[in-house]
Design a protein around this ligand. Structure first.
Ligand code: ASP
Ligand code: MG
Length: 386
């Protein structure tokens, strides 16, 4: 029998009709003989409103309690979906991340999965149940409930697929795949049928929210092919895999990361320099020009970094635009991207080209316009569709 892990995002599972429709589709998968594990996100905007409640009570909420609170959203989805499945005659049981053996480190609100002990899931599948799992959560080595960072249900799905040796891991979302740019921002963006793990994780790192970067990396490490599909639709989505079957285009896609701060030091204090290394994913690039250093960091992480500074730096808000693909880090691609930014009349504040990407910092107000201009240049045939 084939084991399928499907993950449903928050917009896909928001409301009774959607839950019932998902239950019907899952029941159909069971009827044709698949073992089915479903990972669910919190409905709609629940996680954000839980966060708002916490920050209304305390500017810096206790992190352990915040994790306890945030996992509540996924519990709503998982139990409602299991109720719906049972009500249509499809036996199902729901579990928290802790109950299905997702063991994490102790870093509250941004924990890493250390191990998955899926015995309970296996037993329930063997006894004929659809297993519904609350995404985005686990239990730490200190036995506290943890969450895996925003968007972490993708990571749960991939980790379970790896631990179960699942034949398929499907990420069901509100768009029908990964696009050459966010289709909400660039109407001419095109669906990508296959994309490599490398390019997908780079797009996710620089703002594409369709998949979480961690989940893509985890999938790559464990050889799990991902299928990104639209919930409730049978159209082919995007396959994320090690080696796309078609030749790689020089540029695969574009992404936009908002809420970034550029910190510029004439000379970086040693303490700040040491901290920059610890920020890992939240530092987007470090650019050194002689003694001057420019660090692009997510706004949410900036406060921490500022504590280490002696005030000798300047801070500027920016958005990052990223061009990704097999040739996207080349001098030719960089020159094309630069010309597109300048042609759109925007200031190019900083630019880093390496490996499979070119990243550019621009003013937040101008970023969307530049994204469209870049798309026109790198995916020119889309113009004719306008
Ligand atoms: N509900 C969580 C979030 O909003 C996790 C997820 O959606 O994957 O970030
Ligand atoms: Mg997501």
């Amino acid at each position: 029998m084939t084991t399928i892990v499907q993950k449903y995002g928050g917009t896909s599972i928001d409301g009774r009709e959607k839950i019932l429709a998902i239950a019907e589709r899952l029941a159909a998968l069971r009827r044709i003989g698949h073992d089915v594990v479903v990972v669910v996100s919190a409905p709609g905007d629940t996680t954000n409103s839980l966060l708002d409640d916490a920050t209304a009570l305390a500017a810096e909420p206790n992190q352990r309690e915040l994790d306890m609170l945030m996992t509540a959203g996924e519990r709503i989805s998982m139990s409602l979906l299991a109720i719906a499945l049972n009500s249509i005659g499809c036996p199902a049981i729901s579990f928290t991340g802790s109950q299905v053996g997702i063991i994490t480190d102790t870093k509250h609100t941004d924990a890493r999965i250390l191990e998955v002990r899926p015995d309970r899931v296996v037993r329930e599948l063997q006894s004929g149940n659809v297993v519904v799992v609350g995404g985005f959560q686990g239990v730490s080595t200190a036995k506290n409930v943890t969450t895996l960072g925003r968007g972490g249900s993708d990571t749960t799905a991939v980790a379970l697929a790896a631990a179960l040796g699942a034949e398929r891991c499907e990420i069901m979302t509100d768009v029908d795949g990964v696009y050459t740019a966010d289709p909400n921002a660039v109407p001419t963006a095109r669906k990508i049928s296959e994309i490599s793990f490398e390019d997908m994780s780079e797009l996710a790192r620089y703002g594409a929210t369709v998949l979480k970067e961690d989940a893509v990396r985890f999938a790559e490490q464990n050889g799990i092919t991902l299928h990104v599909r639209q919930s409730g639709s049978d159209t082919a989505g995007t396959i994320v895999l090690a080696e796309p079957t078609a030749p790689c285009p020089p540029v695969t896609g574009l992404s936009l990361l908002e809420d970034v701060e550029l910190l510029t030091w004439e000379r970086v204090p040693a303490a700040a320099s040491a901290r920059i290394g610890e920020f890992q994913d939240r530092v987007k690039f470090v650019l050194t020009l002689g003694s001057q250093t420019v660090v692009a960091v997510e706004r949410a992480a900036m406060e921490e970094l500022l504590k280490e500074s002696d005030g000798s730096m300047s801070v500027r808000r920016a958005n990052l635009l990223c061009v990704v693909g097999s040739n996207a880090g080349s001098a030719v691609c960089a020159a094309t991207a630069r010309a597109a930014v300048e042609g759109s009349g925007e200031e190019l504040i900083a630019m880093v080209s390496e490996g499979r990407s070119t990243v550019m910092a621009v003013r937040p107000d101008g970023a969307r316009g530049v994204l469209e201009a870049l798309h026109d240049v790198f995916f020119p045939s889309s113009r004719s569709k306008r």
